[in-house]
Design a protein around this ligand. Sequence first.
Ligand code: AMX
Length: 437
Amino acid sequence: TQSLRETLKEVIPRKQEQLKKLKLEHSQAVVGEVKVEHILGGMRGLKAMLWEASVLDPNEGIRFHGLSIPDCQKVLPSAPGGKEMTAESMLWLLMTGQVPTVEQSRELSRELAEKGDLPAFVEELLDSLPANLHPMTQLGIGVAALNRDSKFQAAYEKGMKKSEYWTYTLEDCIDLVAKLPALAARIYRNVYKPGTDLAPIDKNLDLVGNYSNLLGFGNNQTLTEYLRLYIALHGDHEGGNASAHTSHLVGSTLSDPYLSYSAALYALAGPLHGLANQEVLRWQLAMQEEIGTNVSHDDIKAYLWRTLKGGQVVPGYGHGVLRKPDPRFIALQEFCQSIPELKQSSIIQLVNKTFEVAPDVLKEHGKTKNPYPNVDATSGCVLYHYGLTEFKYYTVIFGVSRALGAVTQLVWARALGLPIERPKSYSMDALEGLIKN
Ligand code: AMX
């Protein structure tokens, strides 16, 4: 059976050829135009990046190498005894464009488990951080510190060939993904369960199985399966979103994967991006407290209007690209509906009811281009239901997941020899000058 490295060695030359051909034959082809609205509007919709693993359609949602979320749920291998796709199956698909066999996916699980322990100095560093430092800040610190052992950086210092960049990048990326559960779980333990023991990494478990175990939820199979689905689904969302783009930008300077992904985590930590899942739960719980559990659609409508009239955004709704309900939201909702206990949960019912009302309210409000829920509208509620109630921690789970797509592109960017990013900027005066001419 072919390993991930062997598969990539086969796939990469084909992609390198494709890039060569694109450059040679189509360098001057026009695929869009740059308007002032792009420059003033956060570059929304501007076609300006190469990103191999996934493409986001405004109506259909994300496709990973052409596979939709339901496709992935059908074909990607699950963990022993489970049904949901594993993080390593998704990582394999993102990296290679191929669906791994069960054996390939299990082998990758084993390699990740074998590499999962943290260096002692990183453990000590994390243990020295104050418990009131946001868990996302801690995660970024931990990931950056792992770069002491960067194989890419060490080889770069020795003077490796450009053609070898991707191989060392890949080794760092695998090491990084492998260590994320121990890193993220140690932060959880330090902040919320000080003094308790952390389970050792089980070499026979998949990445998320170990993560769940380390968090202290290993006995809860439903939550573990939910985490598998959640982490696979959040793995990649094409390249322009703030965290993926940050990792790509920093990586383009040949900073190693640890520094690149650490930077990405701080983009994910913003309330308009990854922090939204923490905000959603805070907002839904405040709604529950204010109007009770047995709420009517009219109650929710009034609450939504209070949020909007207070000048706030409705967290979990809207998107920079999507124009329909997020298929990741749908997949997580379907998971909830398939488990009787979750179906009965008051917080999950409230999320559902909000979904029945919010799009019309947001349409009437008339500002957002997308009045539908994104994945964060529901992602925290299952965690909350099963006792993972510390919602400041939720973005960390997103951070464990988003690494899958970010590291994939780092490998591809080095394999394809992509240059340092350096778009052109203008002052308003200079822009006015451009418009006049
Ligand atoms: N509630 C209220 N107003 C909203 C809104 C929402 N959920 N979503 C967008 N708007 C407003 C914007 O603030 C903007 O107002 P302005 O003209 O006064 O500045 C206007 O609608 C137009 O925005 P847009 O083009 O529809 O969205 P965008 O591409 O600028 O921003 C996003 C996208 C996600 C930041 C925005 O929809 C938002 O703030 N949503 C709530 C936060 C959230 O759920 N973030 C998670 C996104 C997914 C993720 O990264 N995890």
